[in-house]
Ligand binder design. Structure first.
Ligand SMILES: [Zn+2]
Length: 381
């Protein structure tokens, strides 16, 4: 695997097959055959912003690299605003996603004998909100990720389908933590952060803390740190250190046994961070099969280190159906190191994820991302 070579092939394909992306490149005077020769050149690769994939922009079909009949399915984000991102994928793209998600899972996976998760079963999750668009299946992106994760045969799925979505099976959760209390079992807990957190906050008012011990661990995923996910809204932003401290204290699991996985619908892999007591945050390892560039708000220059800015992800694989080779996410990240994890020694880039762009920064971002004029340009394509 040679990232630069593979990325170049992917980007050239995207340039050939997606007229909208070719127009962006032309406007920025960038030609992927001429201007992409070294790792330093990656900096200059034009990007597509994730907001362009939103249904309301009406241009997600223009961001395809293939005719709609060659798409296998649409994957859709779990939107709180009712304006989800819609990304078309081929069968190959789903297989590639599977490969890289499993790779990320293996790297961070801990041995387990028991497991409960604040996710629904993947079949229920994929079925929820499933629809058809231009004759192709439309499914939750997160449901497709959960479908890839490996679970035990007797994993307890705490989110049960109900009339309005999903209900938390609190009794099963209480049963689970009591069963493993003070046993030092290899007990896994995971799933959706806001649902996990709100359940713990509620329970700690009514029942005594448990001691699951050093062999238990918590692995969350699917975002929702702003307190919202799909139709869930716990009404408050969740500070990562607070989640870890509260849950660690209530369940009696060491803080260093907490991990979280990051992804977004326009991406073709996941990456996982482990909690660091020193940083009071999750440190995310960027895998060697992708690149992350953190760009300052104005004028979107790469930050030198220690600074924070927009996260831009470069994908060499798994984007054969959509313009996903170079994507600017509306999440803010901070570079911890370009080459080594200060906590565990992982050699590679390490970042913190601070959160979604909002308020004044969002306004600034609208301007730097080109704002209305920029998006209007795409609409005309
Ligand atoms: Zn590390």
């Amino acid at each position: 695997m040679n990232f630069l070579e593979d990325f170049k092939i992917n980007l050239q394909g995207q340039y050939e097959e997606c007229r909208a992306y070719r127009e962006i490149c032309k406007r920025e005077g960038f030609n992927p055959y001429r201007d992409l020769n070294t790792e330093e050149d990656l900096e200059n690769v034009p990007f597509v912003t994730t907001t362009l994939y939103k249904r309301s922009n009406g241009v997600f079909t223009n961001l395809l690299r293939k005719p709609i009949q060659d798409i296998y399915k649409w994957t859709v984000s779990s939107s709180t605003s009712g304006d989800p991102s819609i990304v078309g994928r081929t069968d190959d793209d789903i297989n590639s996603l599977r490969k890289f998600v499993l790779e990320d899972e293996m790297r961070h996976k801990k041995d387990r004998d028991f497991e409960c998760t604040f996710f629904p079963h993947s079949e229920d999750m994929k079925a929820y909100g499933r629809g058809k668009l231009y004759g192709k299946i439309l499914e939750s992106y997160l449901g497709n990720l959960v479908d890839i994760y490996t679970y035990l045969d007797d994993t307890i799925y705490l989110l049960k389908p109900s009339e309005n979505g999903f209900n938390v099976d609190v009794n099963s959760f209480i049963g689970y933590i009591n069963e493993h209390n003070k046993k030092e079992h290899k007990a896994a807990l995971g799933g959706s952060t806001p649902i996990f957190f709100s359940t713990i906050l509620r329970l700690k008012e009514n029942i005594k803390p448990v001691e699951l011990g050093n062999s238990a661990f918590v692995h969350t995923g699917g975002g929702g740190w702003d307190g919202r996910k799909g139709n869930i809204n716990i009404g408050t932003f969740i500070e990562r250190w607070r989640f870890v401290e509260e849950v660690s204290r209530f369940l009696g699991i060491p803080e260093e046994n907490f991990t979280d996985t990051y992804s977004f619908t326009e991406n073709s892999f996941t990456f996982t961070g482990h909690y660091s007591r020193d940083y009071k945050d999750y440190l995310f390892h960027v895998p060697e099969f992708a690149r992350v560039i953190v760009r300052d708000f104005k004028p979107l220059k790469t930050v030198e280190g220690g600074g924070h800015g927009f996260i831009r992800v470069l994908d060499a694989y798994g984007t054969s159906a959509f313009a996903g080779a170079s994507v600017l996410v509306d999440d803010i990240g901070e570079v911890i190191s370009y080459n080594k994890c200060p906590d565990c020694g992982y050699s590679g880039m390490v970042i913190k994820i601070i959160g979604r762009v909002k308020g004044a920064e969002a306004k600034g971002c609208g301007a730097t991302l080109g704002g209305d004029g920029y998006e209007a340009n795409y609409k005309r394509l």
